[in-house]
Design a binder for this molecule. Structure first.
Ligand SMILES: *Cc1c(COP(=O)(O)O)cnc(C)c1O
Length: 488
């Protein structure tokens, strides 16, 4: 073979002209900074244009199109129609807004392209640092284990698998066939749907998730919980896990976590807490009482991408018993054993702690953002969101045409337009109000149904919102409500 000839043929994905890509990169950076700086000036929702949607029905590219052209396609067709959770009046579902420095951190992580699973390299230690900080934030012991994941959904499943292993170590090898009588999980009727999905995919089955009734504040009824566990035991079931909520998705209710910890101990059950966003106020001394018991759970999930405003995706699971955590996910294989020296040495591999083998470097943005802002900044922003929720609730209560539909213990406000004495369909009318709020680009709350009432729901995990944004929401709900219900 003629090596000379071959060498000239060799291809790579690196640019031939680095300076040209460098220039394009700077243009992208300028565009994105401008985009983030001016987000308030644009509507919160813009329906994707016909052209933009058509641009996603092209044939699979056979020939190269060039970086600049591809970027221009993105700029014209993708960027203008974002999900827009970066907007100051985005309060739909529970979504964080990220930050410009987070964007830069993501770029650094992507440039390193680290696969943070195994090996003696700094990204492994960065993730361990982030996990240690996470334990400290949540009042967990330093000896606990943990893992970063894409979201609380995956964090919850990871915890449930360890809980299942705690209940019966044979299941790992013999499967649920090794069990006599169904294993049962308990959580309030307000538990997030991803927990139920988790119970399904780990083989327990959603019929064996016991939805415990809630009180008027949407908190789990602990007496009912006790009664259901005992009833199940008497019937030959095998209760193994209680799931507590630190901040339910519907209304932000916080279960009495310390009481759940007592029951779990008494009944020898695993206590997992889903604290996707509601665990975050653990950082505030004024929440010491409301979140008391969070630190006692056997496992805890929370998101960095919601109320810590970290760019997507970033979540964490903490597991009190490191041995059990490792045991639930470890299987010794030849190609993944740690060596004494070289690249294959280093800390315990993260793939021993969860389902993922290849894992991105999400730890970097969390590490950089926590350092950039310090807990002090997060405390200020979380308090700001909490105060905004109280302010919105007050504004709603000041107007006789608006009705607050649930208590506001955290950052979620559920309300509806209700002029009183009207035979119009309130559910249908409020759904119409919500759609017009979106379509007119005013604000993006979302919705839920509480006791059969359609509720407009604002979940405030937004560091860009100002108090005036909530005044606008109230005034525009009234204006559109009057239109929809024909009152002028
Ligand atoms: C958002 C949420 C989840 C799911 O978290 P993801 O990060 O979206 O996977 C679970 N529980 C609660 C209470 C949530 O608000």
């Amino acid at each position: 073979m003629n090596k000379e000839a071959l060498l000239t043929e060799e291809k790579t994905l690196d640019p031939q002209d680095w300076s040209k890509l460098n220039e394009l990169g700077h243009r992208m950076l300028d565009d994105l900074f401008y985009y983030l700086e001016t987000t308030r000036q644009r509507p919160v929702y813009k329906k994707p244009s016909k052209d933009a949607i058509a641009s996603m029905r092209q044939s699979l590219p056979e020939l190269p199109q060039g970086a600049t052209g591809v970027y221009e396609d993105f700029f014209a067709n993708v960027l203008p129609y974002n999900t827009n959770n970066i907007h100051p009046r985005f309060w739909a579902w529970v979504q964080g807004g990220g930050s410009p420095f987070g964007m830069l951190a993501d770029m650094l992580a992507s440039g390193m392209n680290a696969n943070v699973s195994i090996g003696d390299s700094m990204p492994m230690y960065v993730e361990k640092q982030v996990l240690d900080w996470s334990k400290e934030m949540m009042g967990y012991p330093a000896t606990a284990s943990g893992l970063l994941l894409s979201g609380a959904s995956l964090a919850n499943i990871t915890a449930l698998i360890v809980a299942r292993h705690h209940a019966n170590r044979e299941i790992k090898t013999k499967g649920l066939q090794a069990i006599s009588g169904p294993m049962t999980v308990y959580g309030s009727a307000e538990t997030h749907n991803c927990v139920i999905k988790g119970v399904e995919v780990i083989g327990i089955g959603s019929d064996n998730f016991r939805k415990v009734p809630v009180d008027a504040d949407y908190r789990i009824c602990v007496d009912e919980l006790r009664r259901m566990i005992e009833e199940d035991r008497a019937a030959g079931c095998q209760p193994f896990c209680i799931v507590g909520n630190a901040g339910t998705v519907n209304t932000g209710a916080i279960d009495p976590l310390d009481e759940l910890a007592v029951i779990a101990k008494e009944q020898n059950l695993w206590l997992h807490i889903d604290g996707a966003f509601g665990a975050i106020p653990k950082l505030l001394p004024e929440f010491a009482s409301a979140l008391k018991g969070l630190e006692l759970a056997d496992s805890l999930s929370f998101d960095f991408h919601k109320w810590m405003y970290v760019n997507y995706e970033a979540a964490c699971v903490l597991i009190r018993d490191p041995q059990l955590h490792r045991e639930a996910f470890t299987t010794a294989v030849n190609y993944l054993t740690l060596h004494e020296r070289g690249l294959s040495a280093g800390p315990d591999a993260f793939n021993n702690l969860g389902m993922e083998l290849s894992r991105g470097f999400k730890a970097l943005k969390i590490w950089m953002l926590l350092k950039q802002n310090g807990l002090e900044t997060y405390r200020t922003l979380i308090r700001q969101n909490l105060q905004q929720a109280q302010y919105l609730a007050e504004q709603i209560q000041l107007h006789p045409e608006l009705e607050l539909l649930a208590p506001v213990p955290l950052n979620i406000v559920c309300y509806r337009y209700n002029p009183g004495n009207c035979d119009a369909d309130l559910n249908k009318g409020n759904k119409e109000i919500l759609m017009r709020l979106h379509e007119q680009g005013i604000a993006a709350p979302s919705y839920t149904v509480l006791n059969g009432h359609y509720a407009i729901r604002a979940a405030i995990t937004n560091h860009r919102s100002r108090f005036e944004d909530f005044e606008l929401l109230v005034n525009e709900t009234l204006r559109i409500g009057n239109e929809v219900f024909g009152r002028h």
